[in-house]
Design a protein around this ligand. Sequence first.
Ligand code: GLC
Ligand code: CA
Length: 524
Amino acid sequence: MAGDWWRDAVIYQVYVRSFADGNGDGIGDLPGIRSRLPYLAGLGVDALWITPFYTSPMADGGYDVADYRDVDPTLGTLDDARGLVRAAHEQGLKVIVDIVPNHTSSRHEWFRQALQSAPGSPERDRYLFREGTGDAPPNDWESVFGGGAWTRLPDGQWYLHLFDPTQPDLNWANPQVRDEFHDVLRFWLDLGVDGFRIDVAHGMVKQDGFPDVGAQEQHKLLETRPLPYFDQDGVHEIYREWRKVLDTYDPPRIGVAEAWTATAERLARYLRPDELHQAFNFHYLTTGWEARALREVVDHSLTAIPAVGAPATWVLSNHDVHRHATRYGGGPAGVRRARAAILLMLALPGSVYLYQGEELGLEEVLDLPEEVLQDPMWERSGHTDRGRDGCRVPIPWTRGGSALGFGADGSTPWLPQPEAWSELSVEAQTGVEGSTLELYRGALHTRREHPALGAGDAVDWQDSEPEVLWFSRTAAGRTLHCAVNLGPEPARLPAGTVLLASDEYEVDGSDTLLPTDTSVWWEA
Ligand code: GLC
Ligand code: CA
């Protein structure tokens, strides 16, 4: 079923500025990605999601788009994009690109026109301009990056930006905005992409009347309920229109929602049959290393998402959060848990998102010097939140060289790589039994050939001690068991033929003694 490839796909996120630098200017780019396609194909992933590479002042790493139909000169050219998509397809890899519809860059032609036009003009109506009250902004909405969500112009009007002031929010009630994005979708679909990751998919529609939230630290409230600017029911109409565009291609192209919602049920609404195909499972990502909580989020996801006919998805890291090896405690213990976590995640039914560098066991870089920090969060938070640069440090490919192979020797990566990453490089781990890279390779290849890994939408939990997660899955006459020990003592399991384990274990007769923070796959 060529059109259904995404249902159990493993999708690898490439953060373009930090993956591979083709021309040695210190910034990752499209030719760099192209040169590493054989690595990705060999790793065993099915698709790439590439973060925005469009023309941008890079105030938010490219999530501030000035021209949706061109490539930023620091990252390549349109021809590079075309060549990359073609080369990926030749390697059997699908390509998903990011689309940023909630806001443009303030350097976008439309926003320039809006600034030059009068209050009430059609140019201003493409964005969300409002009058304040006296010197106060129109309402109490907060920017996700810190501070208020409104910026005032010299003529007195305010414009809304849920993120940085250089990212003005578009007015999705304006038909011109809707038409423009249909056209942008078609532009990239015609160029050959297989789908879109939709940035801030829960943000485009704002509640009528722009009511106050009446609280501070508002985006934390989103964990319990929609906000007047997030997860409004009106967004679904936009995705129904987008779905029609995606379905005009053969096989149909896919849409993946970056939607933060209070519950898995609210998330499932983005995945109804006439809307999008997948959404990131942030409820899974934000769950700690704790057996009961993990089991609950797995069960909850597998109840809510397949109920609308969509596959569940699983994700542990991306370019916006601390790397999970660090969230799980950091150091050797954190990495050990991260290794156990990948076998758990890859055994679950549905689709999996990996973030570049997790296959190397990379941890968050917590000690970047202040002067190199680029994430707008750092400034917007008044230097209290260091932001997201620590998960965006360029990938180490080789043991040696000034950029560890990220760029040519002699080049300087835009964020400094820790010295210890030399021994975590792709070169250092390749062919080394027990390395995290080889664990990922082995797991991804096993997942590809084993019918009980990936497909379907349910797991069969087995009786186990409370701190052990143990389930089985059966398909095409083969049963696969996955067990993870999150407790402090070794766990005894009847593991027959072990296919893969995240670390060493002991055998006692026909039993396996699974140490703490270790996972194992076996066939019964
Ligand atoms: C999404 C992106 C994030 C970006 C924000 C604003 O959350 O993942 O990196 O800063 O949207 O576009
Ligand atoms: Ca470059």
